[in-house]
Write a protein of this length. Structure first.
Length: 258
């Protein structure tokens, strides 16, 4: 599966779920609040901006937002919410495409870095983020933790969500560090609608190494946007990386958090 085919017009039309799921206020509010804090008064660049789920409310917080997005149908959906002047978007992939200007914050939310299907592309994504950042700028990655501990020998799939009308499961290829997410949507009939998306999963320690290769230092890691402690049982994490501030006479040291 190629990513251009996964994020097509049909997905773009059904992607937004206002007020529910990842569009629920209790999901979006802490995400936007934390990103606004990390932007620290500067401009932000979102890799894989999609339909503007995060970018639109973040811009509403007074943070200038630019996006990079591979899927033109997703951007067309974004344009129903915000024009080009409000949220400029460059069409292209997040590993190599550049946006004009520099930023104090680059961010990737909701597991999107895993849409890059090779380790090399994921490393290039970090390097691309670094190219866009001012000294002291931050790169934020929200990512799930692979659930391999739930896979008994001989079983290749995990069910990670079961709701009314929806079942989500992942099939793992542990040899190649790949996973395909299967999203089943169904109603009262016997028919179900299936959407699949391919990913390359990344361990937290591997993500940190990618950051080091691109010149970042890890500033913090939490289990969610509210700042909960990240533990061995956490299902996801929000990791903040920072470009070190070069020291010069009179310069202050970069702020660090545990």
């Amino acid at each position: 599966m190629e990513q251009e085919g996964v994020w097509d017009a049909a997905v773009a039309r059904s992607y937004d779920t206002p007020g529910t799921g990842m569009f629920a206020p209790d999901v979006l509010a802490p995400t936007v609040t934390r990103l606004a804090e990390l932007a620290d008064g500067g401009a932000a660049l979102e890799f894989a901006i999609g339909t503007g789920r995060v970018a639109v409310p973040l811009a509403g917080h007074g943070v200038p937002v630019t996006g990079i997005e591979l899927s033109e149908p997703m951007v067309e959906r974004l344009r129903t919410k915000a024009g080009e002047a409000a949220i400029p978007v460059v069409i292209g992939d997040m590993a190599t495409t550049t946006a004009p200007g520099t930023y104090s914050l680059v961010y990737l939310v909701y597991n999107t870095i895993s849409n890059l299907l090779t380790q090399a592309e994921q490393v290039e994504c970090f390097r691309n983020a670094a190219r866009h950042l001012t000294p002291g700028g931050r790169f934020v990655v929200e990512l799930w933790v692979p659930e391999l501990r739930t896979l008994p020998p001989g079983r290749a799939a995990t069910v990670w969500q079961v709701d009314a009308g929806y079942v989500g499961l992942d099939t793992y290829d542990v040899l190649n560090q790949r996973v395909v997410s299967h999203h089943f949507h169904f109603g009262a009939t016997e028919q179900a609608r299936l959407r699949r998306s391919p990913h390359r999963y990344i361990w937290p320690a591997e993500l940190d190494l990618m950051a080091q290769l691109a010149g970042f230092e890890r500033e913090s890691r939490h289990a969610d946007w509210d700042g909960a402690e990240f533990t061995a049982d956490s299902r996801s994490h929000v990791s903040v990386y920072r470009i070190p501030v070069k020291q010069w006479p009179g310069a202050s040291s970069a702020r660090q958090q545990p």
